[in-house]
Design a protein around this ligand. Structure first.
Ligand SMILES: C[S@@+](CC[C@H](N)C(=O)[O-])C[C@H]1O[C@@H](n2cnc3c(N)ncnc32)[C@H](O)[C@@H]1O
Length: 212
């Protein structure tokens, strides 16, 4: 599916978020990356969060299992090391990184707990993780969000070549834990100091935590 949407992925992000997605990725990267850090960006896709982590001063490795997504990432930034591989079985030694980021990725994995434990394993003690994900807002924005996400985004996807996979998006967000539950799963996976903030009226959440 991700191979199929690769050609329209960046354009859909800009349209769906009115360009705000780049700002969210910059804030996510700056929340956990310090200059000189070794950084892993998992589920890197076309590479925008990995590039943000490099701009924050990190030496960055991006990993994704979709060759077509990686092809685009490689063209975007040759200074990042791009690796084809699975977040659920990371091909890195324990403690290899000082920071890890995942943007709009953990929602898609088959085993969220395992994904978080893998991220924790490859972090050095004191390493920080940032997880950026779509979430479901409560309150006044909720009906607008449902109209946008459940109806308009899948329709926009259908208009673009390869974009029909965007019909999966609303369902994947609905079955993903809300911010409090995701924080609990992060704690269970062994992260401490877990906190989060939301953007755009609660449409996107940024969780951070550390490896003790
Ligand atoms: C919605 S895209 C996010 C891309 C990018 N992080 C961003 O911020 O735009 C999700 C990506 O996760 C990748 N992915 C999903 N499950 C994965 C897994 N188990 N291991 C590696 N990559 C995975 C997909 O191939 C896809 O490129």
């Amino acid at each position: 599916m991700f191979d199929r949407i690769a050609p329209v992925y960046d354009a859909m992000n800009r349209v769906m978020t009115a360009g705000l997605d780049l700002r969210w990725r910059r804030i996510a990267a700056e929340a956990v990356v310090r200059p000189g850090d070794r950084v892993l960006d998992a589920c890197c896709g076309t590479g925008d969060l990995a590039v943000a982590a490099r701009k924050a001063g990190g030496t960055v490795t991006g990993i994704d299992f979709s060759p077509r997504m990686l092809e685009r990432a490689r063209r975007k930034d040759p200074a990042v090391e791009w690796v084809e591989g699975d977040l659920l079985s990371l091909p890195f030694d324990d403690g290899s990184f000082d920071a890890a980021t995942v943007g709009f990725g953990v929602r898609n994995v088959a085993d969220l707990g395992l994904a978080l434990r893998e991220l924790r394993r490859v972090l050095a003690a004191g390493g920080q993780v940032a997880i950026l994900e779509i979430t479901t807002p409560k309150g006044v924005l909720a009906p607008f969000y449902r109209l946008w996400f459940d109806r308009i985004v899948p329709l926009l996807g259908k208009l673009l070549k390869g974009g029909s996979a965007y019909s999966y998006l609303p369902a994947s967000v609905r079955r993903f834990p809300g911010p409090e539950d995701l924080a609990a799963v992060m704690r269970e996976a062994g992260f401490d100091g877990v906190g989060w903030r939301t953007f755009a009226g609660g449409i996107v959440a940024l969780h951070t935590g550390g490896k003790p």
